[in-house]
Design a protein around this ligand. Structure first.
Ligand SMILES: [Zn+2]
Ligand SMILES: [Zn+2]
Length: 238
């Protein structure tokens, strides 16, 4: 029956590529747009996911990151960047199930251990302006695909992040520490958390959320993002 309705829908509204509107077999992107995106593959730091020639980058070796592993789908540039900006700023909620499919693929290694699926929160002010938090949408779709337990109340954003650009690594972290808080009503003791965000840039936000979650008792914090900014090695990580 589902197939029947899907066939009718596909005949009336055949699926198109979300980038170039070309007709495709299944909702998503066409082969030529697929070829334009830089998908992230090995080699990369086994902890923070930063592409590099060694197994673990110097920040992760030094134990400066609180998360246990970061995985990302694609490099944040060109078409990938365009798609994500559109997803964030326009009413393109139809991207969420497609992006969730891609995310589901890259969390397979550890998803069986995960207790809670948690979006990186945005402040209520930003949420009001935007009408929705795109990371929450991603989580909802990912929950459908993976069966993971979605819990958006664990992390809260308690204030706007002050501009990070002028701060050094240490000050950036302490700046962020006052930005998020963990909801004490939900016990995360010995639980494994999977944090979801759209883009990871320096990793400072993910790291600061991971630090709070670990201090609240979380056993492990994994991070999965749609895209990551590739930084020069000196600027990598928070
Ligand atoms: Zn296309
Ligand atoms: Zn690393």
């Amino acid at each position: 029956m589902v197939d029947f309705w899907k066939r009718i829908k596909d005949t009336l509204l055949p699926p198109r590529c979300i980038c170039c509107r070309e007709y495709v077999e299944r909702v998503g992107i066409c082969d030529s747009c697929w070829g334009e995106i830089k998908w992230i593959s090995e080699p990369k730091c086994e902890i923070c996911g930063q592409p590099l020639e060694f197994e673990t980058c110097k920040y992760c070796v030094a134990g400066e990151n609180f998360f246990d592993r970061v995985v990302s789908v694609m490099v944040y540039e060109g078409l990938a960047r365009h798609l994500i900006l559109k997803f964030k700023d326009q009413d393109t909620t139809l991207y969420a199930p497609i992006f969730a499919r891609w995310l589901n693929r890259i969390i397979q290694d550890f998803s069986q251990d995960v207790d809670f699926l948690v979006p990186v929160p945005i402040s209520s002010k930003r949420r009001f302006k935007r009408k929705y938090n795109q990371t929450e949408l991603l989580c909802l779709e990912l929950q459908k695909l993976s069966g993971l337990n979605y819990e958006p109340r664990i992390l809260e954003k308690i204030r706007e992040t002050a501009p990070q650009k002028s701060l050094n690594r240490k000050n950036r972290l302490s700046n962020l520490r006052k930005t998020f808080s963990v909801n004490e009503k939900i016990s995360i003791k010995d639980k494994v958390i999977l944090l979801i965000d759209d883009v990871i840039t320096t990793g400072a936000t993910a790291n600061s959320c991971a630090e709070l979650l670990k201090k609240a008792g979380a056993a492990k914090v994994y991070v999965a993002t749609l895209a990551r900014v590739i930084l020069k090695s000196s600027a990598a990580n928070p």
